[in-house]
Design a protein around this ligand. Sequence first.
Ligand code: AMP
Length: 379
Amino acid sequence: MLLAEGNQHGAFLIRNCESQRGERSLSENPMLDCGKVKHYKLKKLENGHVFVSRARSFLTVQELVAHYSQEADGLCVRLGEPCKKMEAPQTHGLSYNTVDQWEIDRNSIKLLRKLGAGQFGEVFEGLWNETTAVAVKTLKPGTMDSEDFLREAQIMKRLRHAKLIQLYAVCTMEQPIYIITELMKNGSLLDYLQKDKGAMLGISDQIEMAAQVASGMAYLELQNYIHRDLAARNVLVGENNICKVADFGLARVFMKENENVYEAKEGTKFPVKWTAPEAMHDNKFSIKSDVWSFGVLLYEIMTFGQMPYPAMTNYQVVQRVPQGYRMPCPPNCPKVMYDIMMDCWKQDEPDRPTFETLQWKLEDFFDMDVTSYDDAARY
Ligand code: AMP
């Protein structure tokens, strides 16, 4: 949003910390974003005073803003104008309207432009009832049984979390099946990371994005739901680096119908490099195999979307990972991030952390003084 047209140098935004756990209130965890990619956490003293740097605290956020509007005083830039407000992404409106009737008439959906193509079909930006911007996933005929999908979609629709892509509605009466979800402006995290080699992203952004994915996954963990295909290509990015987990559960439906596809070890379609050994070899998918994939996703985030195990073929990965091979720490990756990846890749599933733990670890890391992990703590 800070990069949106009309915002001058020094534009700033006070917002709720995206990666903060739900129990803390908005006012307690504001973030101050200024410059192009700088985020400062506003902290509170016991007496209620707020500060960015302990050297100077203020009675109110307004007073803090007034001070840093006078002089930068250690911030990367003197605060200018508050950034221009953009329309909030709509997440609940359409799903509310379709609470009981989520099979909707496909004529109420207008496909506007193609956003991308996946393994099982194409994705379009669409307009529902001439008013609501949505994403429409069209499934190639024959990729799955509609009854099977509908059963899964019933569950998917109940899953609601700020860090999960909301399923709004479906059109399953005719082929191709449409899956209608919230629209994310910046597309997949993989493309977002690779764009300009992630030049606009700093380490604090990378950690915050990882924490957001962990937060969405911690919710799935709590709901006893398994993603089965967690990877940067299945995380979507909105304004202001907001990340949401997409396509949860879909792999199970596809897998049933295309067992040979998912079991074909040499096929490019099986996400070999993201899949935990026990899932790969014994078809044992669990939230812990999702944790393994999350470790690989962290690697993608820290390398700005590089292919994992870059010098290895899928076959080599299948052979060597069960023997204990693990990817080395990526360049410029803080040791503490690499330690988290390695925890996710523990051979025995119970030894891997929960998503709840991953979430707080990443949030605590994000809460550290920005300079301490921007400048130091590199591996
Ligand atoms: P998929 O079939 O899920 O792999 O999607 C293919 C591509 O379509 C992704 O890489 C995204 O760039 C784009 N896409 C999918 N879902 C959405 C969405 N909800 N909002 C915006 N872009 C999307």
